[in-house]
Design a protein around this ligand. Structure first.
Ligand code: DAH
Length: 348
C-alpha cells in the first residue's frame, strides 16, 4: 500500500523536476521529450494518478488533487515554454545575403590568346594546324630550308646547339629550333599538295633579354602549296589576315626582302596605328611596323621534300606572336610576358 504522504512529496519533486526540464529545453524537440517524460502514459505522475484508487480512502482526495494540480501546472509551463521557443528566430545556418566566396577563375596567357586569335582567323580561311618538335635536327632547321652551311644564323651565337652526339648524324646536330619554318619541311615530307597549314609554336635564340628580345618566343608559320597559287594569293591572304587582326582600316605593304627559303621574298608591314603612317616613337619614325616575313616557296625547298618545283608552287609566311600581342595591347617590354606576374597577366 502506497503511503499518501510519500505520494504527495513525490508529486512535489516531480513537478520541480518537470519545470526545470521544461525551462532548460532549447528546442521543441527537447520540450516534447520533457512532456513525454513527465506527462506521458508511462510517466511517474501518470502512475501516481492511476494509483489513487489504491490509496487509503482518506488520502485519495488529497493525492488526486495534488497530482492533478501538478499536471495542470506542468502543462501550463509546457505551453508557455512552447510559445517562447516559437518566438525565438531559428538561427540560420547560412546567411544568404552575404557575398559568396568567389572561386578564382583562371584565364589564358595573353600570348596563348593571341595565338588562338591568329589560329581561328586562318582556320576560317581553310588552313589546318600542324606542329613539330622544338628540339630539331639541323637538317630541318637549316639545310632543307635552303639555308647554306656558311649562313650566319647557323653560328652558335644565333642558335642553341644541343651538346652530345646526334641520334641521326645524317640529319646533323640537334638544335633548339630557331624558327617554326622546319615544320614546313616535316609537313611536306608527310603529305602531298594541295595543303594549307599554320604552325604555332615556341622557338629559341640565344639573345640576351631586353625589352624586345627573349631567348624563347613564339611564331606562327604558314604554308600553302598547290599547283597554281601565286604571289597575289599570298598578298590577298595576308592582307585579309592583318585587317581581321588589327582592324579593317589597316593598310599593309609588302617590302622586298631576302629569305633563303622563299623567292621572291618580302617583309610585310602595317601602317603604324599610333601615327597613321606619319612616323612616331612606336614605329621608330618609319610610319610602318614590320609584322612578318613571307614569300613564294623556293624551288630548292620543294626539291628537298621530293616535290617537283615545275608542278607545284606555294607561299609561306612567318610571324612573331609576342610582337603582335605587344601591338594589340600596347605593351612595350616583351619580358613582361614571361615573368609570371599576375598583376600583369590578369589584365588580359
Ligand atoms: N623563319 C623566318 C624567321 O624566323 C620567318 C619567315 C620568313 C618564315 C619568311 C617564312 C617566310 O615562312 O616565308 O625570321
Amino acid at each position: 500500500m502506497i503511503d499518501g504522504a510519500d505520494a504527495l512529496q513525490h508529486v512535489d519533486r516531480l513537478q520541480t523536476e518537470a519545470i526545470a526540464a521544461i525551462e532548460s529545453a532549447r528546442t521543441s524537440a527537447e520540450l516534447e521529450r520533457a512532456r513525454v517524460t513527465f506527462l506521458g502514459r508511462k510517466s511517474r505522475l501518470t502512475d501516481i494518478l492511476r494509483s489513487v484508487p489504491t490509496l487509503a480512502v482518506d488520502q485519495r482526495a488529497a493525492v488526486g488533487q495534488r497530482a492533478n494540480d501538478a499536471k495542470r501546472v506542468v502543462e501550463a509551463r509546457l505551453a508557455e515554454r512552447q510559445r517562447t521557443l516559437a518566438a525565438i528566430p531559428v538561427r540560420p545556418t547560412m546567411d544568404l545575403t552575404l557575398p559568396g566566396s568567389a572561386i578564382p577563375i583562371g584565364r589564358l596567357h595573353p600570348i596563348t590568346q593571341t595565338i588562338e586569335t591568329i589560329r581561328s582567323l586562318f582556320v576560317t580561311m581553310g588552313f589546318e594546324i600542324a606542329d613539330g618538335p622544338e628540339v630539331e635536327f639541323e637538317y630541318y632547321n637549316f639545310d632543307a630550308l635552303n639555308i647554306p652551311r656558311e649562313h650566319p644564323s647557323r653560328e652558335s651565337f644565333d642558335t642553341f646547339f644541343v651538346e652530345g652526339p646526334s641520334p641521326e648524324p645524317k640529319k646533323g646536330r640537334l638544335v633548339l629550333r630557331s624558327h617554326t619554318s622546319p615544320v614546313q619541311i616535316r609537313v611536306m615530307e608527310q603529305r602531298q599538295p594541295p595543303l594549307a597549314v599554320i604552325v604555332p609554336g615556341k622557338v629559341y635564340r640565344p639573345d640576351p633579354l631586353d625589352p624586345s628580345h627573349s631567348f624563347m618566343f613564339h611564331q606562327v608559320e604558314g604554308l600553302f602549296v598547290d599547283g597554281r597559287t601565286s604571289f597575289a594569293d599570298l598578298k590577298g591572304v595576308l592582307d585579309h589576315f592583318l585587317k581581321a587582326l588589327f582592324g579593317e582600316q589597316t593598310r599593309t605593304r609588302f617590302r622586298p626582302h631576302f629569305f633563303p627559303f622563299t623567292e621572291p621574298s618580302a617583309e610585310v608591314d602595317i601602317a603604324c596605328a599610333a601615327c597613321e603612317g606619319a612616323g612616331c616613337s612606336t614605329c621608330g619614325r618609319k610610319g610602318w611596323l614590320e609584322i612578318m616575313g613571307c614569300g613564294m616557296v623556293h624551288p630548292n625547298v620543294f626539291k628537298a621534300v621530293g616535290y617537283d618545283p615545275k608542278r607545284v608552287q606555294g607561299f609561306a609566311f612567318g610571324m612573331g606572336v609576342e610582337r603582335i600581342a605587344m601591338l594589340q595591347h600596347g605593351i612595350v617590354d616583351i619580358r613582361l610576358f614571361f615573368e609570371n606576374d599576375l598583376r600583369f597577366l590578369a589584365q588580359f
